[in-house]
Design a protein. Structure first.
Lengths: 142, 142
DNA sequence: CTTACTGCAAACTCTTTGCAGTGCG
DNA sequence: CGCACTGCAAAGAGTTTGCAGTAAG
C-alpha cells in the first residue's frame, strides 16, 4: 500500500522533471505510514528521528508537493494550523470540542446524497470535508 | 429576526455582567444583517461606514463574544483567514476551487444521517460543517 | 466610582519566500 | 554541468494580548 503510493509519487516526479531526493523519500514514506491526519511540526519531528538534518521548510514543501499530485489533503480544523491527511485514507471527522479527540467516520449514504446535491447545482466535486463538532462519549459524562 | 438576535445578545451581556456599548451595537447589528459568512476585515469595513472610529480589535473581540454566546460560528475555508457566519442562517457550502465562489446548500436527509452516525458513536453534536470543493457550473465550461 | 471596554501598538503563530550553497540526473 | 532542491533566515498574513485612557452601570 505505502509502496504503491511511493511509486505514484516517483512517477509524478519523473513526469514533471522533478528530482527524487533522500529528504523526499524519508518525508513521503513517513507521511504514508501515518494513516491519520498529521501537522507539519509533528511530521517534522518523526522525520528528524530518521534524518535529523531535515528542516521544517522541506517538510512543508514536500507536503505541498504531495497535495499537488493528489496524495495528500490539507485540512483546517479550527485551531489555526493545517493538518495533512493521506489521500488514500479518506474519511470524515467528528471532533470533540472538550478533549480534542478526533474520531473518523464514513457513511456511503451521505456520500451519495452529497453527489446528488452537487449534481443539482451542476457542481463537479473534487473533494469534500464533513466535520461534526460536539462531545465524545467520554466527555459527555464529565 | 435581527431584532430577536440583538435581544439575545443583550440578555447574554446582562447575565454575564458585561457592558452594552455603542460599538457592540453597531458591530452586532451589522453582522446580523449579513446573512452569509463574513471576514473580520470585511465586517470592519462595513462597520466603519457607520462609526469610523471602530478598530479591527473591537470587531474581532465582538465576534468572539458572539461566538461565545452561540450567535456566530467561526469557519476556516482553506484560505488562511477565518470567516464568521450568523448562527441563525445555517447551511453547508460548496466552494469553487477555481473562482472561489461559495454556494450554500442544505439537505435534511444528510443532516438526519449525520445524526444517526453520531448516535452510533455516542457522540453529542454541537455543530457541524460540510463543505464540498470542486468546480462550479460556470468554471467547468472554461 | 468601579469595572469592563476600546484602540493602539506590539507580540505571536504559522505560513511562505529569497537566497546561497548542495546534489540529483 | 545545469537546474532543481535544501536549509537558513527573514518576510508575510492573520490572530491575539498588554496597556493606558474612556465610558457604561
Amino acid at each position: 500500500m505505502a509502496l504503491n503510493l511511493m511509486e505514484t509519487l516517483k512517477g509524478y516526479l519523473k513526469e514533471k522533471g522533478l528530482k527524487q531526493t533522500r529528504q523526499r523519500e524519508v518525508i513521503a514514506s513517513t507521511f504514508f505510514k501515518t494513516d491519520k491526519h498529521i501537522g507539519i511540526e509533528e511530521l517534522l519531528e518523526k522525520v528528524k528521528n530518521i534524518e535529523p538534518s531535515i528542516g521544517y521548510v522541506t517538510v512543508y514543501r514536500t507536503l505541498l508537493l504531495l497535495k499537488e499530485c493528489g496524495l495528500a489533503h490539507q485540512r483546517n480544523f479550527g485551531d489555526g494550523q493545517s493538518l495533512f491527511e493521506n489521500a488514500g485514507e479518506h474519511h470524515d471527522h467528528m471532533i470533540c470540542i472538550k478533549c480534542g479527540k478526533i474520531v473518523e467516520f464514513e457513511d456511503d449514504r451521505i456520500e451519495a446524497l452529497q453527489e446528488e446535491v452537487a449534481k443539482n447545482y451542476h457542481f463537479k466535486i473534487v473533494s469534500h470535508r464533513h466535520e461534526i463538532y460536539g462531545a465524545c462519549s467520554f466527555c459527555q459524562t464529565e
